[in-house]
Design a binder for this molecule. Structure first.
Ligand SMILES: Cc1cc2nc3c(=O)[nH]c(=O)nc-3n(C[C@H](O)[C@H](O)[C@H](O)COP(=O)(O)OP(=O)(O)OC[C@H]3O[C@@H](n4cnc5c(N)ncnc54)[C@H](O)[C@@H]3O)c2cc1C
Length: 290
């Protein structure tokens, strides 16, 4: 099917883009990599009267560590995450997730920011950002506000972003020494969305867990932050009993539905097993292992 007719805008500056969104409101959609939006238009699940393409705006494709924060721009693409040596060395959960997203063609165009705003409960980046305790900077013509990733998602394909706003930056606390992470994803075949996936981010402090982040993909109406599991880890030594307890709490936080990919019990069990494995892998990496 062809998309319904729309007017195409290609602003050259952020101010121009925000002005257009302010003027057009709900009639407009931002176009980033187009890897979720274009299929929706073709299926006519969405028919905005205007598309505001942000790809012509300079300086939106960035990844940098500055002032204790990792900053990610709105046009930073999956493939750049996959190839980043910074992410490979210090943000393992992101480096693990990137090559598991879709296929190389989609990774060439799709952006982390677009994935997060799309808010597919089976999307991988939202979960990763929940584990990393990220913040999202939402800019509009009248200013900007910062929202925690945990407060951003509100249900399947829904978030707190307004039609007049652009996700202009993703902010993640810079990785300290003794930080490790992992992303484990079960998919039916390479390039598929997750049946279940688990993101783990650990910061060790003097042999104990300083902070822990655990996110769950495809086991609820939105990406889930397993906060009780995280709390059980904080301040604890990472022995087998602690790992098992956290994994059980993560499985409890999951709200899977039975479908052709598996039963509720099966998916919960995958969450439990992946959380155990993810914690062990993250701990190894925090101690300098692969
Ligand atoms: C076959 C297939 C397989 C896929 N597999 C996976 C997978 O395994 N895992 C996974 O996580 N994803 C998967 N995806 C989704 C893919 O990763 C998309 O790239 C991603 O969801 C959207 O990013 P985008 O830049 O293409 O956004 P777009 O498609 O351009 O936009 C998506 C939505 O976000 C809005 N938007 C985009 N950027 C901004 C911004 N900066 N500010 C405000 N609003 C914005 C748009 O208006 C739109 O509503 C798959 C997609 C396909 C087609």
């Amino acid at each position: 099917m062809l998309p319904a007719p729309f007017e195409y805008h290609a602003p050259k500056t952020m101010e121009e883009a925000l002005g257009l969104l302010d003027e057009l409101g709900e009639d407009a959609k931002v176009l980033a990599g187009g890897q979720s939006l274009i299929p929706l238009l073709k299926l006519r699940f969405a028919s905005p009267a205007h598309l505001v393409d942000i790809n012509k705006i300079e300086d939106l494709d960035f990844l940098e560590e500055r002032d204790g924060t990792l900053r990610i721009g709105p046009l930073f693409r999956h493939k750049s995450a996959e190839r980043s040596s910074l992410l490979a060395s210090r943000y393992h959960v992101m480096a693990d997730a990137a090559p598991q997203i879709a296929d190389p063609i989609i990774r060439n165009r799709g952006t982390i920011a677009g994935s997060v705003v799309h808010a597919d409960p089976s999307g991988d980046w939202g979960t990763v950002l929940l584990a990393l305790d990220a913040e999202l900077v939402l800019r509009s013509k009248s200013g900007s506000r910062t929202v925690k990733a945990r407060d951003f998602f509100s249900g399947p394909f829904s978030t707190s972003i307004q039609a007049t706003e652009i996700l202009s930056e993703i902010r993640i606390p810079a990785a300290r020494p003794q930080t490790g992470g992992a992303y484990l994803k079960l998919e039916r075949k390479v390039g598929d969305f997750a049946t279940v996936a688990v993101a783990v981010h650990l910061q060790m402090d003097d042999g104990k867990v300083g902070s822990a982040g655990i996110g769950l993909t495809a086991v609820g109406p939105q990406n889930i932050k397993a906060e009780r599991a995280e709390a059980a880890l904080r301040g604890a030594r990472l022995d087998d009993a602690t790992i098992k307890q956290a994994a059980a709490l993560a499985a409890e936080a999951a709200e899977p539905r039975a479908d052709h990919r598996g039963s509720i019990e099966y998916k919960r069990n995958v969450v439990r097993v992946f959380t155990e494995r993810g914690l062990k892998r993250a701990y190894e990496r925090a101690r300098g292992g692969g």
